[in-house]
Design a protein around this ligand. Structure first.
Ligand SMILES: C[S@@+](CC[C@H](N)C(=O)[O-])C[C@H]1O[C@@H](n2cnc3c(N)ncnc32)[C@H](O)[C@@H]1O
Length: 463
């Protein structure tokens, strides 16, 4: 379902609406200059006391330190005395009394009829908050975390009579049918498993593979390189396991089209099967079906292209061995100024690609060679083995007690916070990169088709 703003602008994920919308548009605070009663052109000597005040606060009354900014967002009753002392009591009091001015003409609690907040149309209404209940045929992800780490994660298809099995117990599919996404259920031996539908990224990472997939982190970078929009016609080779195909299909939408070439029949079938699985799972719970916008073609790209004289591509994505061999056949089909994004595992392959372009004198310019690195972090309250939260270690504490502290953190066994909620800022956190990370996956090359300038003619010769 495409959500639209009141003004019927489609709302895209993460992008701003063309009109102010409560989902996407943040109102900017007034500029400090606006607040200057003397105006920009004032020639008066600045009053230094005023300047000092200006530097310690923004003109709209916000305090500048990170502690101040964070505590401004928290109800005063949850702020501990230590934090109040750190911030200084007068500022808290000032906040409790409310800001000196309200930007709108309406008083607090009163509806601002002059400037109503634009609302997006929402066909689902309040049921959006709950989501769509699980039905047989749904593809789901379940996960179980212990000591901040995911111990078990599985993607499975929900059936009427199946059973989800794990080393942490089983859950009958019957129990899951009718539950809502985000629901936690207990296994037969008492562990809590969270249940939800997978994102496209997760589906691609968990689906059955033939050849290695292009990693979603790289696919999204390639989508940006190609600058694909709904309605575009895109070429892909090879289809492989169909990972990239799914992302391309989503990017071009129902009005666009993907031509996906695969030389091997077994891979061609795997890619088709994965596409169908995702589409079927999507169509079960979404009001708008996933578009049928991919042509899977079981042919060698270099051989098939000359037969497709009339097709022009807005962009091309290549994840195959020796892509430079296919480029001469591909060039007449790529629109002028269009991008061919290439996925290569080794830097020596990048050199071969560029050398192939140079030696064949192809009108392709290499604009970027990049590697996408993503680092996952663990940020969570530090919990002891017995489930209690560790105490903050003050800098004067002796080394021995710190050692004990670290020891107990290491043996921490629980994911849950204890019943009593400590006030904001009172507990220490673990905050460090996760010990295992995805290493190198690929180099991404952005090639753009250009039209050479007309041959230089000496004006004398032209006469
Ligand atoms: C690494 S896989 C692609 C994975 C795919 N991007 C994905 O996300 O699942 C490379 C594929 O390219 C195919 N291939 C190699 N040369 C080809 C060619 N000339 N034409 C079409 N496909 C080709 C291989 O058979 C293989 O399945």
């Amino acid at each position: 379902m495409i959500r639209r703003c009141a003004a019927r602008f489609p709302v895209t994920l993460g992008g701003p609406c063309a009109v102010p919308c409560r989902h996407h548009c943040r109102s900017e605070p007034p500029s400090p200059v606006d607040d200057d009663p003397r105006g920009e052109d004032s020639e008066e000597t600045p009053d230094t006391s005023l300047l000092t005040k200006f530097h310690s606060r923004r003109a709209w009354g916000r305090l500048l330190s990170p502690l101040d900014r964070v505590t401004q967002m928290i109800p005063p009753q949850f702020i501990s005395q230590d934090i109040r002392d750190l911030r200084g009591a007068p500022e808290i009091e000032e906040r409790e009394q409310g800001p000196p001015e309200t930007p709108s003409n309406s008083s607090p609690g009163q509806e601002d009829t002059a400037n109503p907040v634009p609302q997006c149309e929402d066909e689902m209404g309040p049921s959006r908050l709950l989501g769509t209940p699980f039905r047989p045929g749904d593809v789901l992800v379940t996960e179980f975390k212990k000591r901040h780490y995911t111990e078990f994660r599985k993607m499975f298809k929900l059936t009427e009579s199946g059973k989800l099995m794990s080393n942490w117990g089983a859950i009958g599919h019957k129990e899951i049918v009718g539950k809502l996404p985000g629901q936690r259920l207990r296994t037969s031996i008492g562990f809590e498993f969270l249940l939800r539908r997978p994102s496209l990224e997760e589906f691609v990472l968990f689906m059955k593979r033939g050849p290695t997939i292009s990693y979603p982190k790289d696919i999204t970078a390639m989508l940006m390189m190609m600058d694909i929009s709904p309605g575009d016609v895109v070429l892909e080779a090879g289809s492989g396991s169909g990972g990239m195909t799914l992302f391309l299909s989503r990017a071009v939408g129902a009005e666009g089209c993907v031509y996906s070439f695969e030389i091997r029949t077994d891979h061609h079938l795997i890619a088709q099967r994965n596409f169908r699985k995702w589409k079927n799972a999507w169509d079960i719970w979404r009001s708008h079906p996933w578009p049928e916008n991919v042509h899977f073609i079981n042919k060698d790209l270099s051989v098939a292209l000359p037969d497709m004289k009339s097709v022009t591509f807005d962009a091309v994505a290549l994840d195959m061995l020796n892509p430079h061999v296919a480029l001469p056949a591909l060039m007449p089909h790529l629109k002028q100024g269009g991008v061919c994004a290439v996925y290569l595992a080794n830097i020596t392959q990048v050199i071969d690609l560029l050398e192939g372009i140079r030696s064949c004198q192809l009108f392709l310019v290499c604009e970027k060679v990049k590697e996408v690195s993503v680092k996952d972090w663990l940020v969570a309250p530090s919990i002891r083995k017995d489930g209690t939260i560790s105490q903050r270690v003050d800098p004067q504490r002796n080394a021995e007690s710190e050692l004990q502290q670290n020891e107990s953190e290491l043996h921490s066994d629980s994911e849950e916070l204890p019943e009593t909620v400590k006030p904001f800022g009172q507990i220490p956190y673990i905050a460090r990169p996760l010990p295992w990370q995805t290493g190198h996956t690929a180099f991404l090359v952005q090639l753009r088709k250009f039209q050479p300038s007309p041959k230089y003619m000496d004006p004398e010769d032209a006469r």
